[in-house]
Design a protein around this ligand. Sequence first.
Ligand SMILES: [Zn+2]
Length: 431
Amino acid sequence: MNISDRSFVSRGEIAYSENKNEIKTISGGYLVCEDGICRGAYAELPEQYAMLPIYNYGKQLIVPGMTDLHTHAPQYSFRGIGMDAELLEWLNTYTFPEESKYADIEYARKAYNYFAEDLRRSFTTRAVVFGTIHNEATIELMNMLENTGVVTYVGKVNMDRNGGENLQEQSAEASIKATEDWLMAIDGRYENTMPILTPRFVPSCSDELLNLIGKLADSRNLRIQSHLSENKSEIAWVRELVPNSTSYANAYELFGNMGTAERPTIMAHCVYSDEKEMEILKKHGAYIAHCADSNMNLTSGIAPVRKFIDAGINVGLGTDVAAGSSMNMLKTILITLQASKMYYRLVDTDVKQLTFEEVFFIATEGGGRYFGKVGAFKEGYEFDAVIIDDGKMFSTRDMSIRERIERMCYNDADVVIMDKFVKGRQIYGKL
Ligand SMILES: [Zn+2]
């Protein structure tokens, strides 16, 4: 056995997704971590792990860390305000002016410090993050995220059109040159912070830039993240911008931005992705980052997540700060559930609402898979865990672990994170 400071047993009320339809729970169970790797959850501690230190969490919940598959670090500063516009107006009124401030490294340092520290204290153990077009600020963000211990992909944003004079790169070549400089500056620098190519969305990137990004991804073996089919005006605009595309997803595909199963592209939203787009997403092994909070706030619509799951497309959840108003994944789970219920009731009664089991799975292992064996307490998975005290949620009922997990997602007001581990390393808490 590999005994290190990342080898230990956690004892408590364990819950994780066995599969998308089943949450496995063990009361007073033993969760084994060997050098950062999970060796399973047990009702009785197997003999061979008896010599490991045991952290006894009593009645506290132990759940897998969650994956936030889509968020914007520079927008954290205006989370929860400016929710009165739809996407394109929201970008021009609130987002682009705020992101332009990150040309100032002092401003960036201050703002990113809040983001990184709050991420460390959240339910999130893995995240895929947009920066801005600015190299210096994005590197500062990566430095800070590396220090948190959360595992992330971070993107310097590419945009060479429609950003206004303050948030636009000079040309496609200039944008790619800056991206190459950024990649060189961070090469070999981090253990847990990976770069990801980040064309903002089709309206922000010329054909030439998207093409060059596709080529760079292939030649450097890099992944790509972007936005897809979020809002009706946006989709109509993309149709004008790339008239030879058969769909918005096809526009990315034409320029080599849809990735491969080994280097999956993340597409945020997909609110209006039809069968044709779903086929493209599936063919490339892409991940949909479903951002229900954001889609409500900007009145974008409701993504048919049930259809994506049934079609076998990879789905994770994104908070999409700041169109999403917080980085709290429990809140994102709640709104995902509520949105799917309203899709069923108001849009299409043939599309059944998501179950709690399904959404808990998507939040943990569904998005976690983007990072490998992540998001469940199964043998060989990387050990990401959050220990939660819900003892202040008084009830006369004798609650099962399954009920407590559901309750904390529907009502997180009195839920406290006690400890948090990523790859077996404690990155937050009291231990
Ligand atoms: Zn976004």
